[in-house]
Ligand binder design. Structure first.
Ligand code: ATP
Ligand code: MG
Ligand code: MG
Length: 550
């Protein structure tokens, strides 16, 4: 993509490098919590963290932020690794916050020894009440004055499993009057008797985000810790812990998260769609997950281009879903192979073409590529499937398709002229009869006849059948999370239309997963991961912007 001015994070990094900070070294991290599949918002964070490091000869760690045992699972770890790799990025180290549990425990003990942390027996409600309000300072309770020895002993007992969930917490002894509520003696550890996907039953106390994230950054010597805007109020605390522990001075920087129209972008909501069977799994092609977009036919390059185009902002905004569609269209226009598929078939018979004869036509794979990107053979015969909408009994002026007396070119084949048609008892058109011009074959046309329209077709005896799935937006409204009631009330009931029996040219029977195809005049499609030779299934990635000139 073209030159653009530096974004604010690049400016920060360049300043740090020229100031010689950390010897010019850049180390970022992408820190997903393995409690769901990654979505397009995560792709933005991935492109940002990996892109920034790459640009400045740095590196990026993939760190699983797995400090919450209840919601995390190795299935998610595997999917996240797969998605990051598929997006085209390589991490320097695969790390887990849970690998730092011993380290973090020692940090907590150090805080207690400095008189900067205490064990509190209050309930969550009591703690919330004692915190005060933004205009009223909080009030210290009796536990705040516990001695270092007492705190050390109680914290060790918490770790040893002496207390049930919720009986005690470890809190920072910071400032109950701080204007920033996050500084009013924040929680550092809670008791949770739960099995962890990596540490098993070793721990029954788990660090809170604020006492895990910055410390993990420091342990890894992360230079630029990039997160979304909602963490701005956490920044003072992030710095305070680092200062008190006297560890590597990682710094936190915040950017605006990606919000996109007609989608939801939170693992919690995406999980509801999956669990309540509104969609067919995390990788349903209507989902905003990376795996869903991949199954839909989005390429990694188009998602990277999208992330580059939306840029990096310091204020929340809403990106139009159509920008993502624009990016995939641009990419597929250059890479997708052109093929013919008839989604709503009607039979066309060429009355002056020998019955039972097969002729092999040739079509290039992609006219946008020099030399056509190779090509394929297309069998032709006297009986073809064409789209029902390409014929009209009473065509208006400027209908450059078929009607009695009208001529069109059959793509990659001959010019035909409609002579007559047949109808059934209910008045539905069942068959269109044409004659062809033998000297009008594409590439060898000496007929001198000019026709305005070109239509696609598939030879009846050679056609394969396929199920074709047409996807539309999953939600009817731009911002389902901001509507009254439940976001699921705004699901588009027409987000999926299934065409059980479309006719496709035989070459498509060997379509490869992950490859884009343009069904000419119909849109971009890709073969579904569950497609088999006996039951071919194609997903529509995106429609053609302006339709193909007919
Ligand atoms: P969710 O609310 O969807 O669960 P999360 O922030 O809890 O998102 P994490 O797994 O913690 O999910 O996120 C990993 C990284 O991705 C974090 O650094 C987070 O800031 C970033 N991220 C998450 N959602 C977005 C988004 N919509 N836009 C940009 N970055 C995002
Ligand atoms: Mg998170
Ligand atoms: Mg979350």
């Amino acid at each position: 993509s073209e030159e653009r001015s530096l974004n604010f994070l690049e400016e920060i990094v360049e300043e740090d490098i020229s100031a010689g900070k950390h010897g010019g070294r850049v180390l970022t991290r992408f820190p997903p919590e393995p409690n769901g599949y990654l979505h397009i918002g995560h792709a933005k964070s991935i492109c940002l963290n990996f892109g920034l490091a790459k640009k400045y000869n740095g590196k990026t760690n993939l760190r699983f932020d797995d400090t919450n045992p209840v919601t995390e699972d190795t299935e998610y770890v595997e999917s996240i690794k797969n998605d990051v790799r598929w997006l085209g990025f390589e991490w320097a180290n695969e790390l887990y916050a849970s690998d730092y549990f011993d380290h973090l425990y020692d940090f907590a003990v150090a805080m207690i020894k400095k008189g900067l942390a205490y064990v509190d027996d209050s309930t969550a409600e009591e703690i919330a009440a004692q915190k005060g309000t933004p205009t009223e300072p909080g009030t210290p309770n009796q536990y705040r004055s516990r001695t270092v020895e007492e705190n050390l002993q109680l914290f060790a007992e918490m770790k040893d499993g002496k207390y049930p969930d919720g009986a005690k917490v470890l809190r920072a002894k910071l400032d109950l009057a701080a204007p920033n509520m996050h500084l009013r003696d924040p929680l550092m550890y809670r008791i949770k008797h739960a099995h962890h996907h990596r540490t098993g039953d070793k721990w029954c106390i788990y660090p809170m985000y604020d006492f895990a994230h910055g410390q993990s950054d420091a342990i890894e010597n992360i230079t630029h810790s990039i997160c979304t805007l909602e963490f701005i109020p956490h920044r003072d605390l992030y710095n305070w812990f680092i200062e008190q522990l006297n560890v590597f001075p990682s710094r936190q920087y915040e950017f605006a998260r990606l919000n996109m129209t007609y989608t939801v972008m939170s693992k919690r909501k995406l999980m509801q769609l999956v669990n309540d069977n509104y969609v067919d799994g995390w990788d349903d092609p209507r989902m905003s997950t990376i795996s869903g977009l991949r199954r839909r036919g989005y390429t990694a390059a188009s998602i990277r281009e999208f992330c580059e185009r939306i840029g990096v902002a310091k204020r929340e905004n809403m990106i139009d879903f159509s920008l993502l569609e624009f990016c995939i269209r641009e990419d597929l226009n250059k890479t997708a192979w052109r093929r013919m598929a008839v989604l709503d078939p009607i039979k066309l018979v060429i009355t002056n073409y020998p019955e039972g004869q097969t002729e092999v036509m040739h079509g290039e794979n992609n006219p946008e590529v020099e030399g056509g990107d190779g090509g394929r053979d297309i069998p032709f015969s006297n009986e073809l499937w064409i789209e029902r909408e390409d014929f009209m009994e009473e065509p208006p002026k400027k209908f450059f398709r078929l009607g009695v007396g009208l001529s069109v070119r059959l793509k990659n084949a001959y010019i035909v002229t409609c002579e007559s048609y047949k109808k059934d008892a209910e008045g539905n058109v069942t068959e269109i009869h044409c004659t062809y011009l033998p000297n009008s074959k594409s590439g060898h046309d000496t007929s001198g006849v000019n026709v305005k329209g070109t239509i696609h077709w598939v030879s009846v005896p050679h056609a394969k059948t396929a199920e074709v799935r047409l996807y539309d937006r999953l939600f009817k409204v731009e911002d389902p999370s901001n509507e009254e009631g439940d976001f699921k009330d705004y699901i588009n009931p027409e987000s999926l239309t299934i065409i059980p029996n479309a006719y496709i040219e035989p070459d498509l029977a060997t379509a490869k997963e992950g490859k884009g195809y343009q069904f000419i005049r119909k849109g971009y499609f890709t073969v579904d991961k569950l497609s088999t030779p006996d039951k071919l299934v194609f997903n529509r990635t995106v429609t053609l912007k302006d339709g193909w000139k007919a």
